[in-house]
Design a protein around this ligand. Structure first.
Ligand code: PLP
Length: 772
């Protein structure tokens, strides 16, 4: 920390370095700025900095200001005036031993925006115009020192999110968390694609100087940097919109003034509202951090309360509406309000769609767009998708979309013609599997793939009985419903298995029959499969098992389970079929296929959901001899299975998983999640168990850790609370008390941390019975 120089030191310096004498007075604000009323009749500013300010940054500021002046910008700027040696800075040592670097600046007259009269439309537009003119000039300039980041870099505001935990009030934490989320989901992913340039980046209400209804000056180039150009406008708006009765209306005037000089693209307009929120959140988060350092600091908290007030107002506004207003179309009321729209859609859906299909969440969501790990509702509000394992490489991944679109425009037909893509895709899939799994069938859904797997095994073995894990779900066809305890034992089900279905216990290390037996549990559960085979005396065609149990409650079978179970099945003449529909393609983190964790090689692998990133496709891969036995004269044909569009899509998915390193990412993020969740488990007795591998995680809620009484209502409430915060989770398991996490694999660390902070808050509020 440097100490302000004494007045006499400043006077001596002015004389020696600049040949000026006069009166000095410290200017308000955080910076070491002094006004010098010199005896040449002019007024100057002497600006001091410590050694931490690199010379290149001072040079950058100088170059920017000189460029703006020579381009004829019609406002005054703090021009750096060289010392008598012609240098732009003067180094000197103060009496207390600090080395300071002084700059003499021309004085910019006028009143700061925050002290001027309430701005009218003319002044607001003038600010927009000035900023646009500055941006146009600066777009032609670059400087190595500008390629940096700093505390107020709006394109990196996400770094401040971890400071949310420093805010005391949970209601306030929730607000700022959700607005940071808005920034992260709606602005961040789009910034890289927007025009970038050198910007001033700090047109706040103390730096914009006003006189007689016009902007006449702009101060303080210390935060300038190379950034998305739109951040210039966003920073200014975040300040001008403080404390005014109609912030979006005022904002729209500034945007209009800006656009008259530098028209904005639709993409730039759409990030403006979330960027403004991001800036306000930064102010709040930085204040929270600074409060831990010096709660009495005279300058650090001047904007904080005003930022809270504006953020609260903006939180009430749908981002789509905010954008509409800022773009100057606020008078166009968007027809039906969101609530009325939802009710109308719901009514029509109930009339037209089969009622056996439920809708997620107490208050349904109308989702209209997806990008990466986020879904957006009709108002533009973002939701972090923590449950959709189908959009594996991220919603609407551009590479996958492009591959499908391109092939769709070229050819889409059935597989009775030769086509290179079919072979290429089959080769690529087989290359991910152990040797021997070398023959592919392509279909359209997980259910269809499981049905085919049953037929393959039954034809090969000449038998028709199946072993199935309790609680499992494998598909929606008649046969698969009969084979899925999740369905036939559930509401509307027969309540008992068909004679050809034999249920083996769920290999659940938490509440199953061998709970707590760690090492031995895998083999013990595996031997249960042998026991059921013996007791049934049935002609077993096969054992159909998920490698990790999804609907069963995010269960990770103990090590040794599949090896032992497969041994019993094979000894009885059956085939081993793994259903990787939920968990394949790298989700488990350690391996590409989850069955690989158990050191087994199945006879048939069933794939679905993530395989096409949302494009409806699925596959079955088996050994040649099994496929040959199936070719018994009856042709197997699927009209759509393996069509060129599906193959192109599937190939793009494999490319993205590989090139973006998504399996490794799943492992890393999964560990981050598990660590955080286990920390929460130590604090909250409601969490009975946390389990998972990669991005396949379960949180089991119980009312009592001894009796394991399931906390299904609490799980449902927690899911609703998280949804209200913009995070989508769901419950599963036979007792409906397991919260499942299986997001698109493009999640990032900041998302994980937000989920953990939010769960902590909501669990705390639930413990105190506070509403949400
Ligand atoms: C493990 C498992 N297998 C199969 C299926 C059926 O897949 P689909 O819905 O694509 O027919 C599902 C669907 O949820 C599943 O979770």
């Amino acid at each position: 920390m440097i100490h302000p120089p004494a007045a006499e030191e400043i006077i001596t310096l002015s004389k020696q370095a600049y040949g000026l004498s006069g009166l000095v007075e410290r200017l308000p604000g955080e910076n070491l700025n002094f006004r010098l009323d010199a005896n040449d009749g002019k007024c100057y500013v002497l600006k001091f900095a410590g050694d931490e300010l690199p010379a290149e940054v001072i040079e950058l500021e100088h170059r920017m200001i000189e460029n703006l002046i020579s381009a004829g910008i019609d406002i005054s700027l703090p021009r750096i005036l060289p010392n008598q040696q012609g240098e732009i800075e003067t180094k000197f040592r103060t009496g207390v031993g600090d080395v300071l670097r002084a700059r003499l600046l021309s004085f910019v007259r006028g009143s700061p925006w925050c002290e001027a009269d309430t701005p009218d439309a003319g002044l607001l537009r003038d600010l927009g115009r000035v900023l646009a003119e500055i941006d146009l000039v600066l777009a032609g300039l670059d400087h190595p020192a500008a390629h940096r980041t700093h505390r107020w870099d709006l394109a990196s505001a996400g770094v401040h999110r971890e400071k949310i935990a420093l805010i005391d009030d949970p209601v306030h934490r929730r607000l700022v968390e959700s607005m940071f989320h808005l920034y992260a989901a709606c602005a961040l992913p789009r910034l890289a694609g927007l025009p970038h340039s050198l910007i001033h980046s700090d047109a706040n209400d103390e730096n914009v100087m006003v006189d007689n209804g016009k902007v006449i000056g702009l101060l303080d180039f210390a935060d300038s940097l190379y950034n998305p150009t739109i951040c210039e406008l966003a920073v200014a708006l975040a300040y001008v919109m403080l404390d005014v009765p109609e912030p979006l209306k005022d904002g729209a005037e500034i945007v209009a003034g800006y656009q008259a000089v530098r028209p904005l693209s639709q993409e730039e307009l759409e990030v403006l509202f979330p960027l403004i929120c991001g800036r306000l959140c930064t102010t709040i988060a930085v204040a929270a951090e600074r409060r831990t350092i010096d709660p009495e600091h005279p300058n650090w908290f001047v904007t904080e309360a005003r930022a809270w007030a504006l953020l609260k107002r903006l939180a009430e506004i749908d981002p789509v509406v905010g954008t509409t207003w800022l773009a100057g179309r606020g008078h166009l009321e968007p027809g039906l309000g969101a609530g009325a729209h939802l009710n109308a859609l719901l009514k029509r859906r109930n009339e037209r769609i089969g009622p056996s299909l439920s809708i997620a969440y107490d208050e349904p969501l109308t989702i209209v767009r997806g990008q990466g790990q986020y879904l957006f509702d009709i108002g533009g509000r973002p939701f972090l998708d923590l449950v959709n394992n189908v959009c594996h490489v991220g919603h609407c991944h551009p590479r996958v979309v492009m591959a499908g679109q391109r092939q769709m425009a070229l050819l889409n037909t059935n597989t009775r013609y030769l086509h290179g893509l079919l072979i290429e895709y089959a080769d690529r899939l087989c290359a991910t599997l152990p040797n021997g799994l070398d023959t592919c069938f392509f279909v359209n859904s997980g259910s269809e793939a499981n049905e085919l797997a049953l037929r393959l095994a039954e034809t090969y073995t000449g038998r028709g009985d199946w072993l199935i894990i309790d609680g499992a779900y494998h598909g929606n066809t008649t046969l698969l419903v009969q084979l899925s305890p999740y369905k036939f034992m559930g509401p509307g089900g027969s309540g008992h298995p068909e004679p050809w279905v034999h249920i083996v216990p769920m290999p659940d290390g938490y509440r199953g029959i061998y709970r707590g037996q760690d090492q031995a549990a895998g083999e013990a559960y595996g031997d249960e499969v042998g026991r059921v085979i013996c007791e049934s005396c049935a002609p077993i065609a096969g054992f159909l098992a998920e490698s990790l149990l999804g609907c069963g409650g995010q269960i990770i079978p103990p090590q040794g389970y599949l090896a032992r179970a497969f041994g019993h099945v094979r000894a009885a003449g059956g085939l081993c079929v793994v259903d990787e529909v939920q968990v394949g393609f790298g989700r488990a983190g350690t391996h590409f296929w989850a069955f690989e964790q158990q050191n087994v090689v199945p006879d048939i692998v069933v794939m679905g959901k993530p395989i096409g990133n949302g494009h409806p496709m699925a596959a079955v891969v088996t050994r040649r001899e099994i496929a040959e036995a199936f070719a018994n004269g009856m042709e197997y044909f699927s009209t759509f299975g393996g069509n060129p569009v599906s193959c192109a899509t599937g190939l793009a998915v494999l490319d993205v998983i590989e090139e973006e390193g998504l399996q490794a990412r799943a492992l890393e993020l999964g560990q981050r999640f598990l660590l955080g969740l286990r920390g929460l488990m130590n604090e909250h007795a409601l969490i009975g168990d946390v389990r998972g591998t990669g991005l396949f995680i379960g949180i089991e809620l119980v009312r009592d850790r001894e009796s394991l009484e399931p906390a299904a209502a609490e799980a449902a409430e927690l899911v609703e609370r998280m949804k209200a915060r913009g995070m989508l989770l769901s419950t599963d398991g036979p007792l409906h008390n397991v919260i499942k996490i299986k997001p698109p694999m493009v999640l990032n660390e900041a998302d994980v941390d937000m989920v953990l902070r939010s769960l902590e808050d909501e669990l705390g509020q639930m413990a105190r019975s506070e509403p949400f």
